[in-house]
Ligand binder design. Sequence first.
Ligand code: IPM
Ligand code: MG
Length: 349
Amino acid sequence: MSQNLSRKICILPGDGIGPEVTTSALAVLRTLELPISFSIEAGGYEHYLETGQTISPASLKRCMEADAILYGANTNPAGDSGYQSLTLLLRDSLALHGNIRPVLSFDPDSAVDLVIFRENSECLYVREEREIPDGYDATRRITRSASERIARLAFSYARENSRRQVTIVHKANVLRKTCGLFREVCFQVASEYPDIEVREELVDACVMKLFLKPSSFDVLLTTNLFGDILSDAAAALVGGLGLAPGANIGERHAMFEPVHGSAPDIAGKNLANPTACILATAMMLEHLQFKVEASRIRGALKQLIQRGATTRDLGGTLLTSEFTDELIGELRTQTVRSGSGDDQISTLR
Ligand code: IPM
Ligand code: MG
């Protein structure tokens, strides 16, 4: 993709703190003055309560036509509310089969720098549950093709990004067929990447080792539910979910989101940490080939966090909007310092 081609993105603020963190990310995007146009689409649980639909067909169509989607957060009530999760609906409808979740610390004394590759389309997330006489049964689907797809994504990412090692995370000692197949396929794919060291861990031991020595992990490759749990757990190593972004990638579409949920307890109070959504925006810019801008965002966030200019979850005092203003100030200082950024055409309104 050439730098002068305009891109279209859809922003889906969603529920709870979603509108606050996407507003912040949008302010950052505007500061960068990139040739990106956008539309803001309604969707999520609150939208469902108002309209009976998770997302309208017209909004879904615009998401499908966009070069990328930036997603805020979504409330997913437990139990049988009849609501179809916006997150899951988008992952399914747009065939977003790979979930990439980097976990990187901004603390100069920490060595946490790992990336989780989570299969995004199957496992228990097929949501096939059936009544049995004394309860329910659930399907855990693991296929050769989906396992191979996520394994290739992880190993090729490792090669392209000079990562040294991939750890396959499973529970094949108990789930011999499903995890057994995932493990077998991942090792087959690994054999095509002799330059990358391959290791395996049982998921329970992996969590413990992650907490004892996170620097011994580089790329983690796992199934859907294990990846869901591991990515929240790993976020705790770097300051919590306020700092954890993710990318949902398919053959034709891509959606970028913070790993966190809608945090209803702090919603609408200007307290949310928008960093995860801004880091997701940086991943989106990288995907759209705006690599310089993506690293400018990360650099500016690092400056702020290292000098303690943070929201409350990280021990600071800044409100969401104040943090955003500080970050924009930092980005503008960078521009003055490097003299870059003034030759870009802006269609971002
Ligand atoms: C995540 C979330 C989702 C998931 C929920 C919101 C459906 O926890 O993106 O990690 O379980 O995948
Ligand atoms: Mg999760």
